[in-house]
Design a protein around this ligand. Structure first.
Ligand SMILES: NC(=O)c1ccc[n+]([C@@H]2O[C@H](COP(=O)([O-])OP(=O)(O)OC[C@H]3O[C@@H](n4cnc5c(N)ncnc54)[C@H](OP(=O)(O)O)[C@@H]3O)[C@@H](O)[C@H]2O)c1
Length: 265
């Protein structure tokens, strides 16, 4: 039986990924900063899907804690087949002219250092099996800026670079490394939005509809499975088309002006 470890998997996208792998019969290790939430979610997964599951407390800022978690995964599950780096400090509302060292470290420690050392520990376990798949959850922000989220965008840029260099260096051990470049996912942060606010959001995206956690999970599962056996170092973008356009045509934007110019000439 195969084992997957997913970080930050007690809610939203991470939980949807855990459920998807559970349906496919995987043994599941999940983490959260809250041990209560991790254990409760693991028990629920185990009960619902009839699989072995265990929850870990992991803040991702402490390398010793990361190593201990992977040691326990080996002891509990006998090894690791798939690692999914889903946890992220979402770094919202950070003005570049006012960012402090503490704010910088809080984002980079989780998103870069945490993922890097998780990948290192996952690779050490996968090397024993001469096979494994690592999938990191990246973001459209690595390609495009949003005001106040520069630290988050910088960290997701590092994820993209990390994926390529790990993929290259770990290929000789049969370990593949890829990222899902996610954008426009529906989460519990949407719960407080009105229908009108949701419509405004959707209007910004070429496909006009958000992804669910399950949409992301299907992409992650493809990258984890043997169906992608020769795929490594790549990006699978699941973003409702966000990255396809420079400016969405709205009749009055700069893109609209160019469209009118093209028609006149
Ligand atoms: N939602 C989107 O539209 C979107 C778009 C692009 C990319 N993504 C990426 O998708 C992944 C999942 O995000 P999500 O939107 O589903 O949100 P989420 O559930 O809020 O974030 C994932 C998990 O990360 C953990 N986390 C949050 N802040 C943290 C911190 N400061 N330190 C350590 N862990 C922290 C939380 O787990 P615990 O509280 O249980 O520890 C959380 O459940 C992330 O990598 C995110 O960057 C999301």
């Amino acid at each position: 039986m195969k084992t997957v470890f997913i970080t930050g998997a007690t809610q939203n996208t991470g939980l949807a990924i855990a459920k998807y792998f559970a349906i496919k019969g995987y043994q599941i290790a999940i983490s959260s900063r809250s041990i209560e939430n991790a254990e409760e979610t693991a028990a629920e997964l185990s009960k619902t899907y009839g699989i072995k599951a265990k929850g870990y407390a992991l803040s991702l800022v402490d390398v010793k804690e990361i190593k201990e978690t992977f040691e326990d995964i080996k002891k509990t599950f006998g090894g690791l087949d798939v690692f999914v780096g889903n946890s992220a400090n979402l770094g919202v509302g950070q003005d570049i002219l006012a960012v402090t060292e503490e704010e910088f470290d809080a984002v980079m420690d989780v998103n870069i250092k945490g993922n890097y050392f998780c990948c290192q520990q996952a690779a050490l376990l996968m090397k024993e099996k001469k096979k494994g798949s690592i999938v990191l959850i990246g973001s459209v922000h690595y390609r495009g800026a949003v005001r106040g989220r520069g630290l988050y965008a910088t960290s997701k840029g590092a994820i993209a670079t990390m994926v390529r260099s790990l993929a290259y260096e770990l290929a000789e051990y049969g370990i593949r490394v890829n990222q899902v470049v996610a954008g426009a996912i529906r989460t519990n942060r949407w719960d407080c939005l009105t229908e009108e606010e949701m419509a405004t959001r959707r209007a910004n995206w070429p496909l006009g509809i958000e992804s669910t956690g399950e949409d992301i999970a299907k992409g992650v599962y493809y990258l984890a499975s043997d169906d992608s056996g020769t795929v490594t170092g790549t990006d699978l973008t699941i973003d409702s088309g966000v990255l396809t356009c420079l400016l969405k045509y709205d009749g009055g934007s700069q893109a609209g002006d160019m469209y009118d110019y093209a028609k006149r000439n």
